[in-house]
Design a protein around this ligand. Structure first.
Ligand code: IPD
Ligand code: CA
Length: 276
């Protein structure tokens, strides 16, 4: 049987790691000399992503040697990953790397912790705007220590909905992305956003600044932490097709409860670029 984890103690550690990581990100943000590598011509990674991941991974291994870890840059280097039921930390050292490279102030470090493949702790910190979102299961959700809650929206025409275009650029993928935007526009959506950090966008749903976020193509490290924060803020995170959320199925609909059904019904949930 897995050892019981003290989630409040783990949260204190995760906040400390996120703040140190945030200092690393903010210092680099101010300099112009960050080295960029290309996973593809449009998918970037910097020396800062790697340094932050190395730092957080070392802290986790020192503090919780019995836990599993899943980090974006180590998983990308290995070319494959899995998320098992054992206690697992899901780390995105910089979510919003393109924003970071372009000095668009919307990047964060994201530290999530899952048990039984379910997020039970989340810390998402944007050091540029100094906004730290946090939650543990059953304890409520917070922005810089103040409680947060999702919006009361129930209809698309009174909602602001965010999505990201990801890294798919073939014709069928582009068509799919545009088809879903068109569906929401046809439902007279109040407005749409695309802010380039799925972790932060799910947190924006959690604090009611936007009403929903969806994306096809994300990974567990992008959303694990933010899903815990969203659920503790009264929001719903699920598969856009209505199934329970599976962090490895690479898709999410995160919304105020009253919007889940209308958005799920409006979207095409069969992206040609993901396994069905
Ligand atoms: C990405 C961002 C982006 C989303 C991608 C993610 P990264 O993470 O969250 O908004 O569209 O799916 O991979 O590459 O900046 O860590
Ligand atoms: Ca990243």
């Amino acid at each position: 049987m897995a050892t019981e984890v003290d989630l409040q103690a783990a949260l204190a550690h995760a906040i400390e790691w996120a703040q140190t990581a945030g200092t690393m990100i903010k210092q680099a943000w101010r300099s112009d000399g960050v080295t960029i590598e290309y996973k593809s011509s449009i998918d970037l990674v910097t020396e800062v992503d790697k340094a932050v991941e190395d730092y957080i991974m070392a802290q986790i291994k020192k503090t919780y040697p019995e836990h599993a870890v899943l980090g974006e840059e180590s998983a990308s280097a290995q070319g494959a990953y899995s998320l098992e039921a054992v206690p697992t930390w899901c780390v995105d050292p910089i979510d919003g790397t393109t924003n970071f490279v372009h000095h668009f102030p919307f990047s964060c470090v994201s530290i999530g912790f899952c048990i039984d493949r379910t997020p039970v702790l989340g810390v998402v910190f944007n050091p540029i705007l100094n906004e730290l979102f946090s939650a543990v299961r059953g304890g409520g959700a917070f922005l810089n220590g103040e409680p947060i809650h999702v919006s009361a929206a129930t209809s698309i025409d009174r909602s602001v909905i965010s999505t990201n275009v990801g890294f798919v650029r073939d014709a069928a993928g582009i068509e799919f992305i545009l088809e879903n935007m068109k569906a929401l526009l046809t439902h007279n959506v109040r407005s749409m956003r695309s802010l380039g950090s799925s972790a932060l966008e799910v947190c924006l749903v959690a604090c009611g600044r936007i009403d929903a976020f969806y994306e096809f193509g994300i990974h567990p490290w992008d959303i694990a932490a933010a899903v815990c924060i969203l659920r503790e803020a009264g929001g719903v995170a699920m598969d856009p097709d209505g199934r329970p959320l599976d962090l490895t199925r690479r898709r999410i609909l995160a919304a105020a409860p009253g919007l889940i059904e209308p958005i799920s019904q409006a979207l095409n949930t069969h992206p040609p670029f993901l396994p069905q």
